[in-house]
Ligand binder design. Structure first.
Ligand SMILES: [Zn+2]
Length: 434
């Protein structure tokens, strides 16, 4: 009886205890439209219920009002290519995949303003429990979308024993895709690469079967690619997204035409992934940047500062190629963007040396270096990335959507590095601990 009365009270009490009003900020709503000065937003139980001019907003009694005079508010950043839970410091191992380590990664992303991440192919079943908890409530750390277990060839790129599907036979594919569909993965991941000739590449027939089976189950396929020829072949076969840039040569009109015809996305350009291949050959400037060091252990700083470690990086026989691969990835992103191909923002953070949060911030700087405007980059990392995820209540700040947002002290439209001026992050209206 007592329980019933309490339940009734919970329904009858005004919800205003949950109402937050943010006001007097400049609104960058993520849609790419003009910013709104002197804006205000009312958040009820984690969702935006009113947004617009501060003058026209009447705040209910008892609302928690936060004055953001002189600040900028934009949607939380969405990373369309991450790997969570498998890395501690500079070591990757599936045994590290615990709730504690997953949450640590998700809290780190959140601190840097990354409020949603698509984890691409290296997750164990624990992820579905965490995702379901988040989707049935109001998360306090970064939202996760997942491909579950990705596909590669046995011995191929991206394989993690007992985690990924390490294919030996095309006949395995239908039941594996069925298993992913039963777990309601958000997308299907496949690695199509030979690691600059060092590993066997999954044959086209297998990837084609993955695409056909995924589509049969209403799922899309996001592929790690490197070579232009693979990208063309897979896009022609109905691939839904490229999870990295083409890096062996410039993209051409044939690929652009096919991507347009098939509605294929450049979901992630992963420019920082390319940078991570060579940046540690010298002590990178960010090693002494508090914006970086706050989120990594002293052991990581010690290793990355070690001249022997730097020599080892530089001694990689492929090392001389890496800077050029970044340049190619940047040129290709710009070309696809100019051609009207839809693109999101994604980094490939999570594996050793690719640091969650800091690298999304850096990725957006490298996208500007590639020739995009800050405005385009912000839209890619918010509205467009949410569209890619088909996350209808994320990506822009509008009535009905989740209040996943970043409060900035400086205007990111003037300089993308102003994205670092984070003063607060909210996920579903919950302030992220900072
Ligand atoms: Zn990846």
């Amino acid at each position: 009886m007592k329980k019933i009365i309490l339940l009734l009270l919970a329904f009858l009490l005004p919800a205003s205890a949950e109402i937050k009003v943010l006001k007097n900020f400049t609104l960058i709503d993520g849609s790419g439209g003009p910013a709104v000065a002197d804006a205000a937003m009312m958040i009820d139980n984690g969702r935006i219920v009113r947004i617009g001019s501060a003058q026209r907003l009447t705040q209910p009694d008892g609302a928690h009002v936060i004055d953001l005079d002189g600040k900028f508010v934009m949607p939380g950043i969405i990373n369309l290519h991450g790997h969570i839970g498998n890395t501690v410091d500079l070591t990757q191992n599936a045994q590290f995949y615990t709730r504690e380590n997953i949450e640590k990664n998700l809290r780190t992303y959140a601190w840097y303003g990354v409020t949603t991440v698509l984890s691409l192919g290296t997750d164990q079943d624990l992820i579905f429990k965490i995702r379901d908890e988040q989707r049935s409530g109001r998360p306090t750390y970064t939202r996760v979308y997942t491909a579950g277990r990705g596909f590669t060839l046995k011995g191929g790129v991206g394989g993690m024993p007992s985690v990924t599907y390490n294919l030996e036979n095309v006949a395995e594919i239908p039941k594996d895709v069925d298993a992913l569909a039963a777990k309601k993965v958000d997308i299907v991941k496949v690695w199509v690469d030979d690691s600059l000739g060092h590993r066997p590449k999954i044959p086209f027939e297998m990837t084609k079967a993955i695409i056909e089976n995924a589509h049969r189950k209403g799922l899309r396929v996001d592929a790690h690619i490197f070579y232009l020829d693979d990208a063309k072949q897979l896009v022609n076969a109905g691939l839904d997204a490229l999870a990295h840039s083409v890096r062996d040569q410039p993209v051409d009109q044939e690929l652009i035409d096919s991507m347009k015809q098939h509605g294929t996305w450049q979901s992630a350009a992963t420019l920082t992934r390319e940078a991570s291949m060579f940046v540690y050959a010298k002590p990178p400037a960010f090693l002494t940047d508090p914006f970086f060091t706050r989120a990594v252990s002293p052991a990581v700083i010690t290793t990355l500062s070690d001249p022997d470690y730097q020599k080892k990086i530089a001694a990689d026989p492929d090392f001389p190629k890496y800077a050029g691969l970044l340049e190619m990835a940047q040129k290709n992103l710009k070309r696809l963007a100019d051609a009207g191909i839809p693109y999101g923002m994604g980094t490939d953070t999570g594996p050793p040396g690719r640091f969650p949060g800091f690298f999304e911030q850096w990725e957006m700087e490298l996208m500007v270096d590639a020739g995009l405007t800050p405005w385009q980059v912000i839209k890619a990392a918010t509205k467009s990335s949410a569209e890619f995820l088909r996350a209808k209540d994320l990506g822009t700040l509008e009535v009905g959507k989740w209040a996943d947002l970043i409060v900035l002290g400086a205007d990111p439209r003037i300089n993308i590095r102003n994205l670092r001026s984070i003063e607060a992050v909210y996920i579903a209206g919950n302030p992220v601990a900072r």
